[in-house]
Design a protein around this ligand. Structure first.
Ligand code: MRU
Length: 354
């Protein structure tokens, strides 16, 4: 993203500060920000997708703890009051969206800091600044991971390739630079010219509204297609690589990502096109042996029947609106992480790298 543009997420001030987010629901028409000064506004921002994308949700949740704790006076409260408020913040944030594991990972990291300090006899007034430091560290580490993913992944792309991506796994879905898009941006920085095909990504159009916008900002040759065009575009020989992000990866390499990803992986296999997933290590959920255990968020039928305010289906029609699907590991050529590339994808290879 250009330096004059706001950051996807930004903490302002010290412990009494607040979180500013790019309001992703307003893109691409308006680049505006929203300030979150309390727990409720962070939970709301995650739920309505003002901030979205697995790593960005995790960072927002960590800062959400920091604003959420501001309702108590850490110089006066008891440890029990502090812990009750922390637990309330964790519960509210954990309820905002179910699929991206980065959210739960970030909340756990925040809880671990508080618990370790309490066990060491530290007071709420000492724990509070440490929690802000932890949130800032989560944010900073994400930047580094995104750039490392890009560096590893760029080795898989050749000059002149057509690359298809789905949803938005760019700077808007992370601290900056992205995961899947980081691979494209890094390849571009190395002088490889690519042509990016962007799936519009029904029903909420993260591809059209966010990825197309990010690619334009970076002057990458970009073509927007509707989701149902991918097979045709592949059969015309325009795509040499498919690359997406991930919301949760099971121990065996099954990948939950935006609805439509699984279909693309099947199409890629049919056309003998490599299918890559780019994600940081905190997107892996090693507690789940396969993708069957990944909770899939169900969203409102309005997103299908009257997306963006225009009714496009008859009144009373039944809908089904899962926001994510699970791509089996066997369809994934490689998973690109900040620690290196996992290929072929297997439980053993994942365990060895992580
Ligand atoms: O519903 P969203 O927009 O939060 O879904 C996001 C995705 O599916 C992304 O592809 C995924 O989180 C990877 S982001 C680096």
């Amino acid at each position: 993203m250009h330096s004059h543009q706001p950051q996807t997420l930004q903490w302002n001030g010290a412990e009494g500060g607040y979180l500013t987010l790019i309001d992703q629901t307003a893109l691409p028409l308006n680049v505006t920000t929203v300030d979150c000064r309390n727990l409720e506004s962070v939970v709301h921002a995650i739920r309505v997708l003002q901030v979205r994308g697995a790593p960005a949700i995790g960072i927002a949740a960590a800062y959400g703890i920091c604003v959420g704790l501001q309702t108590i006076d850490v110089n006066q409260c008891t440890m029990q009051q502090f812990e009750e408020r922390l637990q309330h913040c964790v519960d509210q944030l954990a309820n905002s969206r179910p699929t991206a594991v980065n959210l739960f990972w970030a909340l756990q990291r925040m809880q671990d800091v508080a618990q370790t300090m309490r066990q060491a006899g530290q007071l709420p007034s000492q724990i509070m600044p440490a929690l802000l430091n932890e949130a800032l560290a989560i944010h900073d580490e994400d930047r580094e991971m995104c750039h490392a993913i890009g560096k590893h992944g760029a080795t898989l792309l050749d000059h002149g390739q057509g690359v298809l991506t789905h949803c938005n796994a760019g700077g808007l879905a992370t601290s900056e630079y992205g995961t899947a898009l980081s691979v494209l941006f890094s390849a571009q920085d190395q002088g490889k010219t690519l042509h990016v095909f962007v799936d519009e990504t029904r029903p909420l159009l993260q591809g059209a509204r966010l990825t197309a916008w990010e690619c334009q900002q970076r002057n990458i040759a970009t073509t927007l297609i509707c989701d149902n065009m991918a097979a045709q575009v592949m059969s015309e020989g325009k795509i040499q690589t498919v690359i997406t992000g991930a919301d949760r990866i099971a121990a065996n390499g099954d990948v939950a990502n935006k609805i439509g990803t699984y279909g693309l992986a099947i199409l890629a296999k049919h056309h003998q096109i490599p299918f890559y997933v780019a994600a940081p290590s905190n997107t892996f959920d090693l507690s789940l042996s396969t993708g069957k255990g990944i909770p899939i968020e169900q969203r409102s039928s309005d997103e299908i029947t009257q997306g963006f305010g225009t009714q496009t289906a008859p009144d009373g029609i039944n809908t089904y609106n899962p926001a994510f699907d699970v791509t089996p590991a066997e369809l994934i050529t490689a998973i690109i992480t900040e620690q290196g590339i996992i290929s072929p994808v297997s439980s053993a290879a994942i365990a060895a790298l992580l």
